[in-house]
Design a protein around this ligand. Structure first.
Ligand code: RIB
Ligand code: CA
Length: 322
């Protein structure tokens, strides 16, 4: 089976760390680059956390670059109430050795996309954070953006929200960026999959799974188990979602995801709805014909269902193995 060349844009983040572990280890995936953006935690913490994960999985070969410390327009806020003071479960990990690439994240993404396209295997770009870096890429290097094979982003929700009653954190953090990325995807005919909150919470693991990972004594498994255990403790629960890692797992097992190609817009104006991904689920032509807004130009493969246990098991086996 041909490997999927991919790059992750992250705001590591406990679940971003789970995603990085899988992206770095699964035999179906060819991790080419990782870029960082402010989000769950301030950018310096995100860079440190991401470098730590790449150390844990021994991927010195994967370039890591820092990008935007803040959204295009919004002031930065973080989610350390979820991810811990250091942004990654406060595990007390040693300072990372992984070097920081001298390029800006946008330039690393450009070079990675162009190299993959030149090899005839267009890159899959996986934003798991506010899409500020991706929006900057679209405006600074439109030719490279057009060479992206597919964007699979964790963000938004058709009928589920978290940051506000209307919006999901990544899109709420930088709605302009999300809207710009969808606009550029239409302009350059880049296919987009939205792994939103409608599926995000489905792939879960138990405290017992976490304990077994930790008991294995294998460094990657122990680290993975401690991440899951942290989330269970944080939410006083017996289970925790692998979050962002589900988007990466769906690349390994696409049949686990049920998607529907739907028009999607990002609300930029609403007092209470700013940052909402408006997924158009209507199916009657009459309504559409009389809609003054018209159909959203962006036709996105929206994940509406997932085999959660299957993706959770894929993650568990990949991070838990020798
Ligand atoms: O809403 C969930 C998203 O926000 C995830 O990417 C999580 O890491 C946070 O960034
Ligand atoms: Ca994230």
């Amino acid at each position: 089976m041909e490997k999927v060349p991919l790059a992750l844009d992250v705001d590591t983040g406990v679940d971003d760390a789970c995603a990085l572990l899988l992206a770095a280890r699964h035999p179906r995936l060819d991790l080419r680059a990782v870029t960082c953006v402010g989000g769950n935690a301030p950018l310096p913490d995100v860079v440190r956390n991401t470098a730590t994960v790449l150390d844990v999985v021994g991927r010195d070969d994967v370039p890591l670059a820092a990008g935007s410390p803040r959204p295009l327009l919004e002031h930065p806020v973080d989610a350390r109430h979820v991810h811990g003071a250091d942004g990654m479960a406060d595990l007390g990990m040693p300072s990372p050795r992984h070097p920081l690439d001298p390029r800006h994240a946008v330039d690393l993404l450009k070079d990675t996309i162009d190299a993959a396209a030149a090899q005839g295997t267009p890159l899959t770009l996986v934003p798991l954070a506010p899409m500020t870096n991706i929006a900057l890429l679209a405006r600074m290097h439109p030719g490279s953006f057009a060479r992206i094979g597919r964007i699979v982003f964790m963000g938004g929700g058709a009928q589920v929200s978290n940051a506000t009653a209307a919006a999901e954190f990544n899109v709420f953090h930088d709605p302009e960026a999300a809207a710009l990325v969808l606009d550029a995807a239409v302009e350059h005919a880049v296919p987009v999959t939205m792994y939103g909150l409608d599926v995000f919470y489905e792939p879960t693991l138990t405290r017992a799974d976490a304990a077994a990972l930790i008991a294995s004594g294998r460094p990657v498994a122990v680290f993975a188990g401690r991440l899951i255990e942290f989330l269970c403790q944080r939410f006083h629960a017996e289970t925790a979602t692998i979050g962002d890692a589900g988007a990466v797992a769906s690349l390994c097992d696409p049949t686990a995801l049920r998607t529907q190609r739907l028009p999607v817009r990002v609300e930029l104006m609403g007092s209470w709805t700013r940052g909402r991904t408006i997924v158009d689920l209507r199916d009657w032509t009459g309504d559409l014909d009389h809609d003054p807004h018209g159909l959203a130009p962006a036709q996105v493969d929206v994940a509406l269902g997932v085999d959660g246990p299957r993706l959770a098991r894929l993650w568990l086996e990949s991070v838990g193995g020798a």
